[in-house]
Design a protein around this ligand. Structure first.
Ligand SMILES: CC(C)(COP(=O)(O)OP(=O)(O)OC[C@H]1O[C@@H](n2cnc3c(N)ncnc32)[C@H](O)[C@@H]1OP(=O)(O)O)[C@@H](O)C(=O)NCCC(=O)NCCS
Length: 168
């Protein structure tokens, strides 16, 4: 299979594709306005992947202010809200490329660390995040609507100082 794909920033015209991929790949689905709202606030951290002129993956992120997970100071934190690649095109590096692009976009908004929630049973995604040096910070009991637990996974930005886990 020709494995060439490209990444580019999401544009509002892409919304139907992205919603469709989200519905096919994840149980956590959102209305169009939710995607468009995140894009409005952080357009540089919302990417789509294209393969043979079709959108086949996306990542959308949010910048949140809070206490750093790596110290006790206020920080801008980059939240990976949703990422997905169509099943038939997985394990080609597209998911990692999307996540890396999303983190770069979030850095441009001043994020100095990153986090996400992932189902405990979603080993496929956990492997990908671990390869990108995310670590499990803690378990969020009953996080999902169906009662499943989530892992909260975190990653330091390049320019933060690790002071060890503080919220176990
Ligand atoms: C998570 C997801 C986006 C990853 O996309 P992807 O394009 O398959 O990711 P990559 O190809 O970049 O995989 C990255 C690494 O993980 C490895 N990997 C991927 N799936 C794996 C699996 N099932 N088992 C073991 N390793 C796996 C790959 O081999 C790759 O390692 P390598 O670069 O050393 O070869 C994709 O699986 C997906 O869309 N899942 C459904 C939606 C979802 O769960 N999203 C995350 C919710 S938090």
């Amino acid at each position: 299979m020709n494995s060439s794909y490209t990444l580019r920033q999401f544009q509002p015209d892409d919304i139907k594709w992205v919603v469709s991929i989200n519905q096919r790949c994840l149980p956590e689905n959102y209305p169009e306005q939710f995607f468009l709202g995140l894009h409005y606030h952080a357009p540089k951290a919302f990417f789509v992947a294209e393969y043979k002129d079709e959108i086949i993956g996306y990542i959308m992120c949010r910048i949140e202010r809070g206490i750093s997970g790596f110290g006790r100071l206020p920080a801008k934190k980059g939240h990976i809200v949703s990422v997905a690649v169509l099943q038939t095109l997985r394990c080609m590096g597209i998911g990692s490329a999307l996540i890396t692009a999303g983190m770069k976009g979030m850095r441009d908004y001043g994020a100095t660390e990153f986090f996400l929630e992932v189902r405990k049973s979603n080993e496929e995604a956990v492997v990908v995040y671990e390869k990108l040096e995310y670590t499990v910070r803690r378990v969020l009991r009953g996080y999902y609507r169906d009662g499943e637990d989530a892992y909260l996974m975190v990653k330091k930005g390049d320019d933060t100082t690790e002071e060890g886990p503080i919220d176990e």
